[in-house]
Ligand binder design. Sequence first.
Ligand SMILES: [Cu+2]
Length: 69
Amino acid sequence: MISAIYKIQGMSCGGCERSVELAVMKVPGVTEAKADAKLGTLRLSYASGEVTPEVVASAVNASGYKFVG
Ligand SMILES: [Cu+2]
């Protein structure tokens, strides 16, 4: 299992955190997602090799927030 932390812009409350988490949990291979609106971060756990930053970025951006990297 791999963990990664990404920067996300646009989250302002717990509802935003939940939206981002739900969006990225739909990405195949992602097993855990924890967003933090205050810090503007998204922490992911996923199986090796299955998840790329590009796919995570698409899911985040499609949910209405901005993937920074
Ligand atoms: Cu919100």
